[in-house]
Design a protein around this ligand. Structure first.
Ligand code: ZN
Length: 136
């Protein structure tokens, strides 16, 4: 069902302050900044091989990131795995008894359809399923 790691998400307080480390010091290719209204986050992507690093900054106090940042400060937030069909993946996981945070896909960055698995299931690691937009 899973094809590869699509990206690793890192929660940050300030996107603009975090970007230079990844772009200038680590030398990753910067793919730009995008707002993702469905999760109330602003994200920056960097390319590393076939995978990406995603920095996430909350756009408001209601963001799903706010509580995480308050509890954990800045740290690794989630691992995203690429799937061909996110609806099918959700169905298969729920059928197997896996608890989902998103029971239906939401619009992610770059037109991707994404869904998060409940972190309890991932032993504390928040897991994202990511179906890339093949038309981009
Ligand atoms: Zn992500």
């Amino acid at each position: 069902m899973l094809k590869q790691i699509d990206h690793i998400g890192v929660a940050v307080h300030d996107l603009d302050a975090a970007i230079p480390f990844y772009r200038d010091h680590l030398g990753m290719r910067f793919l730009g900044v995008e707002e993702v209204p469905g999760y109330l986050v602003r994200v920056a992507f960097f390319e590393i091989g076939d995978a990406k690093i995603e920095l996430l900054e909350p756009m408001s106090q209601e963001s799903f990131l706010t509580e995480f940042l308050q509890q954990n400060r800045q740290s690794l937030h989630h691992i995203a795995y690429q799937v061909d069909d996110v609806r099918l993946a959700i169905h298969q996981l729920e059928t197997a008894g896996v608890k989902m945070l998103d029971k239906t896909p939401r619009q992610g960055a770059h037109g991707a359809q994404v869904a998060f698995i409940h972190p309890e299931t991932g032993r504390g690691v928040l897991t994202e399923l990511c179906q890339p937009d093949n038309h981009q």
